[in-house]
Design a binder for this molecule. Structure first.
Ligand SMILES: Cc1ncc(COP(=O)(O)O)c(C=O)c1O
Length: 420
């Protein structure tokens, strides 16, 4: 029997209260161990993890293969900086190129940094060609791309932005259902449009094919670059390596993060050749970006996702990506049952194992009720219950989660009738 590491929960909370900057509102639970789709708290209570560290731990917790390659790499060589070559960056970049069709990669340490790099590379592209005024961006309402000054500048949520203004100027926000707004916003001064193919924080909302076509037309008409932010939806979560081709988008830059390290911090900007030719030595950099530890993790994750161990074109459905496709039908059936059974479920959304229930009421009591019942899901866009389980999630785990949600939705609906 596995026992949990001894942790003094009161002390954990007291130390954080005394010494951590209070930027996070945490749920009252201290996790100490994980195994597949399960997390265990300090008392040994088990939770079904349907958020996986916000879409990060795609191989599941305590993955034997990933921990073994990380341990071996840590013992061999972890970090040398980008002053020198090492064997792994090129290998991982080649695999990302085979999956995405974008031939070059810049490695960094998070999704936010990947977005930041894409924003910079887009401006550099125009600057290199003497178009120094072409600095503007068009971004989408309900979008989220991170919290640094650049990434925040293209993130719509006023609550995130206002305390930090002025942000970088020249960003126009357009609603993702407003095609004519997009046509007006994109001009020959726009450096790039940035869009998540599926808006994650915005409530798991895939862009419509019509709007995606409008983005493509706007780029074609003006030469504007397209940045696809696949930090949340990319690398297998939808049952596809990337979601941009599903929508018919042809980005010049793609930001990835989260899934790529399955818990080891790594991000990457994937870059089309026409942009890459306008970027030069010294234009951007990162001390840690693409170090041996994180790229070793990335290589292992991609092997698991595609079921291949050589840099070769992706052959679907294989590896975990094939498994996600199977789990998608389990989610579809289970969510249809939930929607039919509960009036407070206004809509079900999502693809693959990126899922959401939109409620008619605030999602907070459902998140709290699920936590008490041993299921981790999270709230986004106020009324949305979001699920991003590990890509290894099984049919019986999905059914277990839905059984818990079914009970919690019933009690939340009953309570909201009583208080009305
Ligand atoms: C679409 C998208 N882009 C960028 C980010 C920022 O990534 P990170 O917080 O890993 O830096 C996120 C994080 O949730 C995201 O969902």
């Amino acid at each position: 029997m596995t026992t949990e590491p001894m942790v003094d929960v009161t002390n954990v909370l007291a130390l954080e209260a005394a010494h951590l900057l209070q930027t996070y509102k945490r749920a009252p639970v201290v996790f100490v161990r994980g195994d597949g789709s399960r997390l265990f708290d300090a008392d040994g209570t088990s939770y079904l993890d349907f958020i996986s560290g916000i879409g990060v731990v795609v191989l599941g917790h305590g993955h034997a293969g990933l921990s073994a390659v990380i341990a071996a790499q840590a013992a061999t060589l972890m970090h040398t900086s980008n002053l020198y070559y090492h064997p792994l960056q090129g290998q991982l970049a080649a695999r990302l190129a085979a999956l995405s069709g974008l031939p070059r990669t810049f490695f960094c340490n998070s999704g936010t940094e990947a977005v930041e790099a894409c924003l910079k590379f887009a401006r550099r592209y125009w600057f290199s060609q003497g178009m120094k005024q072409r600095t503007r961006y068009v971004a989408l309402r309900h979008g989220f791309s991170g919290r640094t000054m650049g990434a925040l500048s293209v993130t719509a949520n006023p609550a995130y932005r206002e305390p930090f203004e002025p942000l970088i100027p020249g960003v126009t926000f357009v609603s993702p259902d407003d095609s004519s707004g997009l046509r007006d916003a994109v001009t020959d001064q726009t450096a790039a449009i940035i869009a998540e193919p599926i808006q994650g924080e915005g409530g798991v909302r895939p862009l419509s094919p019509e709007f995606a076509a409008e983005i493509e037309r706007a780029c074609e008409r003006t030469g504007t670059l397209l940045i696809a932010d696949e930090v949340q939806c990319g690398l297998g979560r939808t049952g596809e390596p990337f979601y941009f081709p599903v929508l018919g988008l042809t980005p010049d830059l793609v930001a990835v993060g989260k899934a790529l390290g399955s818990g080891v911090p790594i991000g990457a900007a994937l870059v089309a050749e026409r942009v890459a030719t306008q970027i030069f030595a010294g234009d951007h950099g990162s001390t840690y970006g693409g170090n041996l530890l994180s790229t070793r993790a990335g290589l292992h994750v991609l092997e698991q996702l595609t079921g291949t161990s050589e840099a070769q074109p992706y052959l679907p459905p294989a590896g975990l990506i094939g498994h996600v496709r199977e789990m998608a039908s389990v989610f579809d059936a289970a969510f249809n049952r939930l929607a039919a059974a509960h009036d407070i479920v206004a809509a079900t959304r999502g693809v693959g194992v990126m899922r959401a229930l939109e409620l008619t009421v605030d999602a907070t009591p459902v998140i709290e009720g699920a936590l008490k019942a041993g299921l981790l899901v999270n709230r986004t866009a106020e009324k949305v219950v979001r699920m991003l389980p590990p890509l290894t999630v099984t049919q019986s785990e999905i059914e277990e989660a839905v059984t818990i949600l079914d009970r919690v939705l019933t009690s939340v609906a009953t309570a909201s009738k009583v208080t009305r």
